[in-house]
Design a protein around this ligand. Structure first.
Ligand SMILES: CC(C)(COP(=O)(O)OP(=O)(O)OC[C@H]1O[C@@H](n2cnc3c(N)ncnc32)[C@H](O)[C@@H]1OP(=O)(O)O)[C@@H](O)C(=O)NCCC(=O)NCCS
Length: 211
């Protein structure tokens, strides 16, 4: 199905209703399938490139076992988006480009929205949720890399409040580095989105709040 991104802004369907949940091992095939679908869509639009690769189901499981949190956004029963939050620095990130102050940075990787739902605000809302969860978990910065060039999503992160901190080629692939500093989360019990995200992140999938 064509992405709503290709439609003029005024004629795009409204933002879909989303439910957020942390993925479990049983969700790995669906997560891998969504990442593969997004990679195929980018390849169809921009030609083959570093964006054409996506992790296998085993790769997603390995990331979970390594301690990173894989998150899902559902539209009804359908997986609408996914992203991964982790404390471990991804291989393509070169720390020399980032602010020296953060003591507890987190890294955002493997973010993708189902092609049919792109351009409807899903990515922006997922990013907000990812940052709230990170902040509630004590992270003081969110960092990521995007592929430079047409198929990269740097413009999306810049639009969502991330600051470009540098560009570098890693294994012959040009990357753009982004960072967003996070203020300290409100204390537990003080309410607010961070506290809400924190409590939600501890709930099992079936009980996650609808939004
Ligand atoms: C990049 C991606 C996550 C954005 O999600 P989305 O749901 O399409 O984005 P949204 O509709 O929430 O867009 C939020 C804003 O970012 C802008 N934006 C979205 N994708 C963009 C891109 N690739 N380049 C520049 N700006 C972009 C939108 O125009 C919108 O701006 P506006 O508020 O001024 O209208 C999604 O398009 C995607 O999954 N792409 C394929 C996979 C990918 O590139 N992942 C990132 C790997 S680094």
């Amino acid at each position: 199905m064509a992405s709503p991104k290709t439609l003029p802004r005024g004629s795009r369907p409204g933002p879909p209703r989303l439910r957020f949940a942390r993925a479990e091992a049983a969700d790995a095939p669906t997560v891998a399938a969504l990442l593969a679908e997004a990679a195929r869509d980018l390849t169809a639009r921009y030609g083959p490139g570093p964006w054409s690769r996506s992790p296998s189901e085993r790769g997603v499981l390995a990331v979970m076992r390594g301690g990173a949190e894989v998150w899902c956004a559902y539209h009804g029963r359908r997986l609408a988006a996914t992203w991964t939050l982790g404390r471990r620095k991804p291989w393509a990130i070169d720390l020399r480009y980032f602010s020296p102050e953060p003591r507890r940075p987190c890294y955002l990787t493997e973010m993708a929205v189902a092609p049919a739902l792109q351009g409807r605000g899903v990515g922006g809302r997922c990013l907000e949720r990812a940052l709230a969860v990170a902040q509630a978990g004590g992270a003081d910065a969110a960092r990521l890399d995007a592929y430079a060039g047409a198929g990269g999503a740097g413009g999306f992160y810049a639009r969502c409040g991330f600051r470009e901190v540098g560009r570098a080629s890693y294994r012959d692939t040009p990357h753009v580095y982004f960072e967003r500093l996070l203020p300290a989360a409100p204390r537990r019990g003080a309410g607010g989105v961070a506290a809400q995200a924190d409590s939600e992140s501890r709930r099992p999938l079936s009980q996650s709040a609808r939004r």
